[in-house]
Design a protein around this ligand. Sequence first.
Ligand code: ZN
Ligand code: ZN
Ligand code: ZN
Length: 256
Amino acid sequence: MKFTVLGSGTSHGVPMISCECRVCTSTDPRDRHNRPCLLVTTDSGTNVLVDTPPEFRLMAIQHRLRRVDAVLYTHAHADHIFGLDDLRIFNWLQHAPIPLFGEQEVLDTIATAYRYCFVNTQKGGGKPQLDLAPIEPDRAFELGGVSIRPLRVMHGSLPILGYKFGTKAAYVTDVSLIPDETWPQLHDLDLLFLDATRKEPHETHFHFEKSLEVIATLQPKRAYLIHLAHDYLYAEDNASLPAGVELAYDGLEVSV
Ligand SMILES: [Zn+2]
Ligand SMILES: [Zn+2]
Ligand SMILES: [Zn+2]
């Protein structure tokens, strides 16, 4: 199973509009962070996306994406959903609707934000064809031969989902609290992607120190910090991380 980080950034993206800081003006491509998106390619070649951020079209072109078999949504904040319309190309390529997996409330929000996709309109132009597939925390299902387990995490006061892929990898973005029932699912991992939005504490996200503390407790073989703001200069900050922990960047590929 291969994981490609298509977007490793926070909701503003890096560079951030109008910012002249040393990270936003860095020429290191690892200091550019599009909004959050993960591509999971199973051993059978099934492509599963986690979220569809505003830059999804650019990511799909850059990574020569040829299939999208399903999308898993973590939650319905703008940085995670507003690239959805560009899925329509894959409807044409695959001659089939694309299933969107998410909690009922998230699917309801998507259906409201993208109302035109779910009502009859005149022909022409083309709209995405989408199947809404409600899921619940801790009720695993299978895609491309891989067990997908939605994990309950808290994003401030908002309950959202992380995802576990098989038994050894998990993706947990936009998290400020991991509830007791989810901890056991995150032990004994080979790979963990974990939110570390800022260096300073944040109401609705893990910050750098908190994220490192959680990683030290869980002890995954490898961990990547995601949902990054312009607080991190790759060349400096990645070198200072503990063994087995790295900053994610756009285009990062990891296999387990
Ligand atoms: Zn976010
Ligand atoms: Zn900046
Ligand atoms: Zn969010």
